[in-house]
Design a protein around this ligand. Structure first.
Ligand SMILES: [Zn+2]
Length: 285
């Protein structure tokens, strides 16, 4: 069995749930297996099927792959593969790939004692170009929790404000630089799916009333709360993000209350947003 980063947690998926895990390759380890990381620069994306087929003929089973354009017609393909036997080495593999007319250049690394770290790509970035870093969900929620439990409400307020600022910024990008205000208001469920795309949680829009500024949003597997048992709502950052996002979309100050929370023993986190009271424009603690 391939062992992955120890903080990976596999969610039990309800039947009918279409979501599948998105793996970010970091390292592989299994002392009884051989792994390869191959990066190939192709002249044309039409060569991709031949690449996969050839690797299979060389005794490699592709485990994970992604492709990206290099700005022109060329296409970069990066993949991890497991060797089904001992036939091929990394240098042989590179030699074979470089001899292909469709290949501009290639790069191949082989595991040592069954251990292989991804060493070909930096930085990590969203497809928008924004740099991101990877930190285990449990570690991040523990940091947030320790800050709020040791420093109290002021730490929770900082998390809330950072979330609010990011949510406001996201809404402004969608409204002013991308799809426009009307689209955002009419397709709020699509906008909220950014939460699952970035691994924050699985959102569900339960109620929306743009005219009155009332929303109910449920988030399953919220990254801020999963694994915590504090007995009280713990989603300060996400609560702020939702408030910043929806206040901007609604063009009015809203308040946001987390009425259910994984950390308090509920099945999911749930957020109720409504028009903020006059003079109290945020939901700081
Ligand atoms: Zn929560």
């Amino acid at each position: 069995m391939v062992q992955m980063v120890h903080e990976i947690y596999i969610h039990p998926r309800p039947l009918g749930d279409p979501m599948h895990r998105k793996d970010i390759m970091v390292y592989l380890y299994n002392p009884r297996k051989r792994f390869f990381h191959v990066v190939v620069e192709l002249r044309d994306e039409g060569a991709l099927p031949s690449l996969f087929s050839s690797l299979s003929q060389m005794g490699l089973s592709v485990m994970n792959a992604f492709t990206s354009p290099d700005g022109g017609r060329n296409r970069i393909c990066s993949l991890f593969a497991e060797a089904r036997d001992d036939r091929v080495t990394a240098s042989q593999l590179k030699g074979i790939l470089d001899s292909w007319p469709q290949v501009i250049r290639s790069w191949a690394r082989e595991s040592k004692s069954g251990f292989l770290v991804e060493a070909a790509h930096f930085p990590l970035a969203l497809n928008t170009g924004q740099r991101v870093v990877v930190l285990g969900q449990r570690r991040l929620s523990n940091i947030f929790h320790r800050l709020t439990s040791r420093l109290g409400g002021e730490a929770a307020n900082i998390l809330y404000e950072e979330g609010f600022s990011l949510g406001k910024n996201s809404a402004e990008v969608f409204i002013y630089y991308m799809v426009g205000e009307r689209f955002v208001r009419e397709n709020l469920e699509d906008i909220l799916m950014v939460y699952s795309a970035t691994g924050w949680g699985r959102p569900e829009l339960v109620k929306t009333d743009v005219a009155s500024g009332e929303y109910i949003i449920l988030i399953r597997d919220c990254f801020e709360c999963e694994g915590l048992k504090t007995g009280r709502p713990q989603s300060h950052f996400v609560r702020g993000h939702l408030c910043g996002l929806l206040s901007t979309i609604s063009r009015r100050p809203l308040s946001c209350v987390e009425t259910k929370c994984l950390a308090a023993g509920h099945e999911h986190c749930e957020f109720h947003l409504s028009q903020a009271e006059a003079g109290r424009e945020t939901s700081r603690l």
